[in-house]
Design a protein around this ligand. Structure first.
Ligand SMILES: *Cc1c(COP(=O)(O)O)cnc(C)c1O
Length: 218
């Protein structure tokens, strides 16, 4: 089975979840291609899919320039932790950055955008379950970080979260939606292979799906 065989089923499920929630819009499927070789990604490109997520700058830089030469209109989303010293490379390579989570990174991204003139869409990542080991800004720090990002010239389009594992995610998705309203952004990057339909019913604008498309990662 290649990833394109799952694509239409997942898109249909997203559309059905949006319709169930009486949404007039739908959610963008970000195909998470981290760890997948170009041969696994190509069937999706050939099927017309264009939005992909990677979690490492170096891996994306190794894989995507060659694929972009062969397929027009690819939008690459960075979904994994970003070190400030990689901000410049990330701004050059990605069309959206979902992991803006601290002042030092905001400053580095602001500088990189000013220098390059490129302005990838930015999502502020929130540590929605207040988990020690996870990235994302604390809920209490969110308004100030959004203000700082806007002042630094980052196009802040939404919020992103990874809810705690093994618990019902819906309350965390609802909380992220509430926080987004409070800081005045519309984008909601939430929902992965196991919970994307729930996320869509709660308003996700971007779902990040890896294993349901490609199969389990090695
Ligand atoms: C890997 C990853 C995903 C995709 O996870 P699946 O469970 O394979 O769909 C989504 N978001 C982030 C931040 C990830 O690192």
């Amino acid at each position: 089975m290649t990833a394109d065989s799952h694509l239409h089923e997942i898109e249909a499920r997203i559309a059905r979840a949006a319709a169930t929630a009486r949404r007039s819009d739908t959610a963008t499927l970000v195909a998470v291609s981290k760890t997948q070789p170009a041969e696994a990604i190509e069937p999706l490109l050939a099927a017309g899919h264009r939005v992909f997520g990677e979690n490492r700058v170096a891996e994306a830089a190794a894989k995507w320039p060659a694929l972009r030469e062969r397929y027009d209109g690819v939008a690459l989303h960075l979904i994994g932790q970003l070190q400030s010293n990689k901000a410049e490379e990330a701004v050059a390579l990605f069309d959206a950055i979902h992991v803006v989570d601290r002042p030092s990174l905001v400053a580095a991204l602001g500088k990189a955008m000013a220098r390059s003139g490129r302005r990838p869409d930015c999502f502020v990542q929130v540590n929605i379950g207040a988990e020690e080991q996870k990235g994302g800004c604390a809920i209490a720090d969110l308004p100030a970080l959004v203000d700082q990002a806007r002042a630094a010239g980052l196009p802040v389009v939404g919020l992103m979260c990874l809810p705690p594992a093994d618990v019902e995610p819906a309350p965390y998705f609802a909380l992220l939606a509430k926080l987004a309203r409070e800081v005045g952004v519309e984008g909601l990057s939430m929902g992965m292979s196991n919970d994307y339909e729930t996320a869509v019913t709660i308003g996700a604008t971007h779902v990040r799906i890896g294993s349901a498309l490609f199969g389990a990662r090695a």
